[in-house]
Structures are given as C-alpha cells and as structure tokens.
Design a protein around this ligand. Structure first.
Ligand SMILES: Nc1ncnc2c1ncn2[C@@H]1O[C@H](COP(=O)(O)OP(=O)(O)OP(=O)(O)O)[C@@H](O)[C@H]1O
Ligand SMILES: [Mg+2]
Length: 502
C-alpha cells in the first residue's frame, strides 16, 4: 500500500486527490501549506508527495528543496501540481521534483495522477523527463501571466533589499526569509524555514525577543518596535511589526548595526579622551608650576646648610618626592600635551634595542624575542617621549607576566594602503609599525575599553597610577600616529603603534 501526502491550499483539490488516491488503495494524508506539510512529515514517511506550486507561506518549490535535503526522503517521489504550467516554465527537476502535472479538468488530472502512481514504483531506474503532464489542451490566461509578472517583480524587490526581512507565523515559525536575512543569519534557507525564530538568538537576546513577540500579539506593543541583538557575531537591530491581513504573524526586519555601533563607540571614546585631555593639561601645568616653586625653595634651603644640619635629611627627601611628582606630571603632560618638544630624525629600532636591554637586565624570567625590520624607515620624533611610550609598554607587559613569559618586539614598514581600514585617519603615505606582544594575563573587554583613560588602573594602590597608557596615547597621537590594542583574558596582549615614516 502506497503512502501518500497531498499538499495544496485549495480544499477542493485536497478532497479530489484524497478520494481518488484512497480509491486506489493508498494511505493518504493532506496538508494545507508547506509548514503543515513539514509537520506531517516529521511523523509520516510517504512514498509519494503531491505538492502544489503556489501556496501561502512556504511555497511548493521551496518545500521541495527542503524535503530533498532530508536524507530520509531521498527516495520519496515528489510530484508538483502546477496551475501556472502554461504561463510559465516550471523547471521542476532543478528544485528536486520528479514529475509535474498541470492543474486542469479533474478528469484529465485523474489520468496523469494514476500514471504517476504506477510510475513512482519503477522510476528510479528510468530517466526523469522535464515535461509537464497535461499541458496539451490548456491555454495561457492573460491575467495569470500578469499576476506572475507582478509576483516576480516583488520577489526582485525583496531580493535586492539590503535589510534582512523575514515573515513568521503566530507561533514564531519562519516561513519566509529574503537573501539578506539568510546571509545575516549564516544558515541556509532550507534550515531556516519552518524553524523557530527565537532559536536564532542566545540567552538574554532570546528572552527579550520572546517578550517583544508576545507583546506584539496582545497588541500592547507599538508598531515596528526594535531591539538590539546578536546573531552570527553581528550586532543587529531587529524590528518587528504585525502582518495586517487577518493572520497573526509578524514581519521582522534585520538591520546590521555592527559598523554603526563601532563608530559610535569610537567617537564617544575620542570625545571623552579629548575632554579629559584638556582637563589634565590645565591641571598638569598648574601642578608643575607649584612643584617648581617647592623644588626651587628646597634647593635654596639645601644650599644654605651642610649635611649635618638636623633638617638636611628631611629636605633631601622632599627633593626626591618632588622629583617623582615631576615625573608623574611628565606622564600626564605626555597625555595632555599631544605635541613634541625636541624633534629629531631617529630610528626606532635603536631605541627599542636600548630600552629592552633595561628590561632584559631587570626581568631575567622574561625572554625577549626581536624581529626588527633591517630597512625600517626613520621617524621624526621626540626621543624622550617615544622612550617613555616604550618603557610604559614594557613595564605593563612585565607586570602582566609576574611569573615570567615571552615578550615579542616587532617592527615593520607599512604603507597607508595596508592600514586603510583602521579607525584613524591615514594621512601619511608610509608608516612604521611597532608591535609589542606579551604572553601575560591579558584583559577582558571592560578593561580593554578603558586602558587609555588617564587614571584607569587595575593595579593596587601605590603600584599604578593609570597614566602609563594615557600618556602613550597622547604622545603617539601628538606624533600623528595611532595606538591600538588586542587582548584576550589569559592569552596575552598585543599593542600596535603606527607612526608616520619620514
Ligand atoms: N600588557 C598588558 N597586559 C594586561 N593588562 C594591561 C597591559 N597593559 C596595560 N594593562 C591594563 O591597563 C591598565 C592601565 O595601564 P596603564 O599603563 O595606563 O596604567 P598602570 O600600568 O595601571 O599604571 P602606571 O601609571 O604605573 O602605568 C593596567 O592597570 C592594566 O589593567
Ligand atoms: Mg603602566
């Protein structure tokens, strides 16, 4: 006994086929649309499936493709029922169907259906023909051709839209997805259709989308309300609006806002850094003047006394503290000044050699690996400031590797084209690049986002002031360059600096 499924949205066709096939001693089940068919197929394993071509939600062509992808239906005989076979060419072989019958007078259709029924058993050995059965005495209808051309037009529009668009049913199953939506989700159309929309999302996003859909159903949500969520590593804005045709489904629009968010965050960060910079500059100057006053007066007092004076030691210690305060101020000025004092042509490789030697001597548990470009171009820079940047990076790397580790120092010439996509405005034609990589504790996202802020530190009181990277940032910017960081918790950190080559 052959098992059959008939899928058609037209009740008359369903009834006709069901009766006809039952009379041929077949077991028959029916479904009114593609989605219903897939539900039936999850428990029923027919030998032949008759599929209407044009149906609401998942259409016949798509349904065929979905069924063909499922290994358990590889041998199932798929028969398309087409009401538009005369008006348009139905290339049913291309979407996986075995035969196609034109919808016409029942008496004619009956013959072809019975033919198919007997052929289905032996067809595997026969070559399939692309001919549509029952087309001979049908004639083309103008109105059908026109409607088909309108349908195609809308399909082209939906296909061309860069926003992702989906339609979902009232129980959240996906019945339509345009190419943009499919590519944003990174899942094939066949897998996407009929699946639960909410399952595209994880954790908190899924909950929020679920709530939004519920609100849409009881009309407490305004039209086109949006939420932000992540699919396939992209940040998306998701807008949901009800379908206004008596059904209870929804239309979902996906807008990729990954870039937009990135630029907003970057802009906010830059504005923040600039305003803090102005503040720091003012304070640093005032403090510097005060310090110079203290330093001058201490020196005068010291000049007037010998080392056996009871206040001599105290004054010396004041002098020392003033010196370390001055170096702090220097860091802060480095961040705030964004200018260069004594500019000379220099080669960064030499400075790296000298600075890393200090590190090598003081931290024998750290292995330094150098890969310095022999032909590295010169830069025009303030040696003292660049040295300060290098020292700050090396000290931080050392702090991140309390048990020792590896430190990689790499330099290279890069052209403006290679760094085109970076966030800073590429002005010069040629840059040099320095990469400082450690194998230390690394940083989480929250830390990474704040490291260039002045006074941001994760180190205990008295160990860090949080000015090292802020000053490095200011100095590099003042040199027309750019500094960026890549880091992952537990895996290490890599700082990249670009400076215009001369
Ligand atoms: N190589 C690194 N690995 C891991 N975390 C780092 C690294 N470099 C910087 N950080 C993080 O960035 C923070 C800020 O660094 P920054 O150099 O500005 O200040 P600091 O080192 O804390 O203090 P100081 O003013 O003494 O330099 C550090 O506290 C640390 O959390
Ligand atoms: Mg530091």
């Amino acid at each position: 006994m052959q098992k059959i499924l008939v899928v058609d949205n037209h009740p008359l066709i369903l009834e006709f086929l069901a009766k006809l096939l039952a009379g041929e001693d077949c077991q028959v089940k029916t479904a009114k649309n593609g989605l219903e068919a897939l539900d039936v197929l999850s428990q029923y394993h027919p030998d032949i499936i008759f599929i209407d071509l044009i149906m609401p939600n998942i259409d016949g062509q798509t349904l065929c493709r979905i069924i063909r992808r499922k290994p358990q239906f590889k041998k199932t005989y798929l028969v398309i029922l087409s009401a538009i076979a005369v008006e348009t060419k139905v290339d049913f072989i291309s979407f996986g169907a075995d035969a196609c019958i034109a919808k016409g007078p029942f008496a004619k259709m009956k013959k072809h259906i019975l033919d198919v029924l007997s052929e289905a058993n032996v067809i595997s050995s026969k070559k399939r023909s692309g001919n549509v059965r029952g087309i001979e005495d049908l004639y083309a209808r103008e109105i059908t051709s026109e409607l088909l051309s309108i349908k195609r037009h809308f399909e082209v529009v939906l296909k061309s839209i860069t926003e992702g668009i989906m339609e979902i049913t009232d129980n959240n199953r996906i019945i339509f997805a345009n190419p943009a939506a499919i590519s944003l989700c990174g899942i094939s159309e066949e897998e996407l259709l009929a699946s639960d929309f909410r399952e595209l999302f994880n954790g908190g996003d899924r909950r929020r989308i679920g709530i939004l859909l519920e609100r849409l159903k009881d009309h407490s949500s305004s039209l086109n309300e949006g939420v932000e969520a992540v699919i396939n590593d992209r940040e998306l804005e998701i807008r949901v609006s009800p379908v206004n045709n008596g059904k209870k489904g929804a239309i979902v629009v996906f807008i990729d806002i990954t870039e937009r968010n990135y630029w907003h965050a970057h802009l906010r960060q830059r504005e923040k850094m600039e305003s803090v910079g102005t503040l720091a500059a003012g304070m640093a100057h005032d403090f510097n003047n005060l310090l110079m006053g203290i330093k001058g007066n201490t020196s005068l007092l010291l000049m007037e006394m010998t080392s056996d004076h009871p206040h001599y030691k105290r004054l010396r210690s004041i002098e020392k503290q003033v010196a370390s305060s001055a170096s702090l101020i220097k860091q802060l000025l480095g961040y705030a000044r964004q200018g260069r004092d004594e500019v000379i042509f220099m080669n960064l490789n030499r400075l790296i050699g000298e600075t890393s030697e200090v590190m090598a001597r003081t931290r024998r548990d750290i292995t330094i690996h150098m890969e310095l470009a022999a032909d590295l171009r010169n830069i025009e820079a303030d040696v003292g400031q660049i040295e300060q940047v290098l020292l700050n990076l090396l000290i931080n790397a050392g702090d991140a590797m309390p048990q020792g580790g590896d430190l990689f120092l790499k330099t290279a010439n890069v052209s403006n084209l290679e760094i085109q996509s970076k966030v800073f405005k590429v002005k010069a034609n040629a840059y040099i690049m320095l990469i400082v990589t450690d194998t230390g504790i690394g940083m989480d996202k929250k830390t990474r986002e704040r490291i260039f802020e002045p006074f941001f530190t994760t180190k205990e009181m008295g160990r860090g002031t949080g000015l090292g990277l802020a000053s490095a940032y200011g100095i590099i910017k003042g040199h027309g360059g750019y500094i960026e960081v890549e880091s992952e918790q537990g895996k290490g950190t890599s700082f990249r600096i670009y400076l215009p080559a001369k």
